[in-house]
Ligand binder design. Structure first.
Ligand SMILES: *Cc1c(COP(=O)(O)O)cnc(C)c1O
Length: 393
């Protein structure tokens, strides 16, 4: 079904899209699909949003790439805007989530060496996902993602997600720890949420121990949870934030932001990227952030999230096999009591694009612009599918 010349990194679905508009994608036969995945949290403004298209067209006609050896106007504008929204001081631009986390990991190591810790160690979480480069797959809490790529990178230790006691135990026993890296809500790991108040307590522990608090907001950032960044719900500021996915609405861009001492660690020559922060990617990201603001999408995300969560809970309440419905903004998960990868194909047949992660969790990541009638269509297609699937018919 897929091209033999492409390395088999993905088990691809038998469909190819030709164009899109808003939450809709059209395949090569002209058939329309409701996109409740957004290219895995990327197309935050849906497909072909005029503000993004216009910004890319205009920038492409003017200047696509120069180099980070020169000043770049769009990068400076985006840096100001993004740092303001994230309440961070400085930013390094790259091209993906993994690269943003790589930058965070390198910051933690520089920070450790500055404190004369020879083997700086970062605490990472079980079930986490941080990317596919060697350091980020090592940080990732999934054996499946690591298997075959040994030797892994040194300098990581792991704790259960959301377990303060485990972190305190590590604090007592491991003097090499310099930072904690975690997702404010785990996406790939199965839409797992932190207990209320956890980030605030973790902030206190980090302060006590002089650890950097580093948040991977690659999936949760840029409005996905109804705030610019998920930590803002808790009024807690991390030292380092990595983001990517929704930032460029499909134009590859990642960002590693920092404040305080973490913002001062990189010096000329210590890190870099050829493409990172180029004029085209930055123009797209500027359009995305300005549009989220202009269209009041943060409040919209919160409203749509409440609607979808309460409807999913109501409609699936009596379905045996549904373990839990949970979500954070428009990152939504329906956990079943059995593997349910097959639901992706069944939904595709009904012209609905969804995802299953962690084997048993249906994950929805609709575009932030999804309208109420579209949310209703999503529910009308998905809920009966899950019900039938659980009945085993
Ligand atoms: C997707 C994702 C990544 C990796 O991003 P890439 O752009 O694929 O490198 C890292 N962290 C989280 C939380 C993600 O969801």
């Amino acid at each position: 079904m897929t091209q033999p010349t492409l390395m088999s990194t993905y088990g691809r679905l038998p469909v190819m899209f030709e164009r899109g508009e808003g939450v809709w994608l059209y395949d090569t036969e002209g058939v329309r699909y409701l996109d409740a995945l957004s290219g895995v949290a990327v197309n935050a403004l849906g497909h072909a949003h005029p503000a993004v298209v216009g910004a890319i067209q205009e920038q492409a006609a003017r200047l696509i790439h120069t180099s980070n050896v020169y000043r770049i106007q769009r990068q400076e504008e985006l840096g100001d805007l993004l740092c303001g929204l994230a309440e961070m001081e400085r930013v390094f631009f790259c091209n993906s989530g993994a690269e943003a986390n790589e930058a965070a990991i390198k910051l933690a190591r520089l920070y450790g060496h500055r404190r004369n810790i020879e083997r700086p160690t970062i605490i990472v979480m079980e079930k986490s996902f941080h990317g596919r480069t060697m350091a980020t797959l090592t940080a990732t809490g999934s054996r499946k993602i690591q298997a075959g790529f040994e030797p892994l990178v040194a300098g990581f230790t792991r704790a259960p997600y959301g377990d303060m006691e485990a972190l305190r135990t590590i604090a007592r026993n491991n003097p090499d720890v310099v930072a904690v890296l975690l997702e404010p809500a785990q996406g790939e790991g199965g839409v797992n949420l932190l207990p209320a108040g956890f980030l605030r307590e973790l902030r206190e522990l980090c302060d006590e121990r002089s650890w950097l608090l580093m948040l991977d907001e690659v999936q949760t950032g840029n409005g996905r949870t109804g705030a610019w960044f998920a930590y803002q719900h808790d009024k807690v500021l991390p030292d380092v934030v990595a983001t990517a996915k929704g930032l460029g609405n499909g134009v590859p861009i990642g960002a590693c932001m920092a404040r305080g001492i973490a913002a001062e660690l990189f010096q000329p020559g210590s890190h870099g990227s050829t493409f990172g922060g180029n004029p085209l990617a930055c123009a797209a990201a500027l359009a995305v952030l300005r549009t989220i603001d202009a269209e009041n999408l943060l409040a919209h995300v919160t409203r749509e999230s409440e609607f979808l969560l309460s409807e999913l809970r109501a409609r699936l309440a009596d379905v045996p096999g549904v373990v839990e419905v949970r979500g954070f903004g428009l990152l939504l998960g329906i956990e079943l009591d059995r593997p349910c990868g097959e639901l992706v194909r069944q939904a595709l047949e009904q012209k609905l694009l969804i995802n299953v992660t962690a084997d048993r969790v249906v994950r929805l990541l609709p575009p932030l612009i999804i309208q109420r009638t579209e949310s209703e269509q999503l529910l009308d297609t998905l809920c009966p599918l899950i019900e039938q699937f659980c009945k085993g018919t």
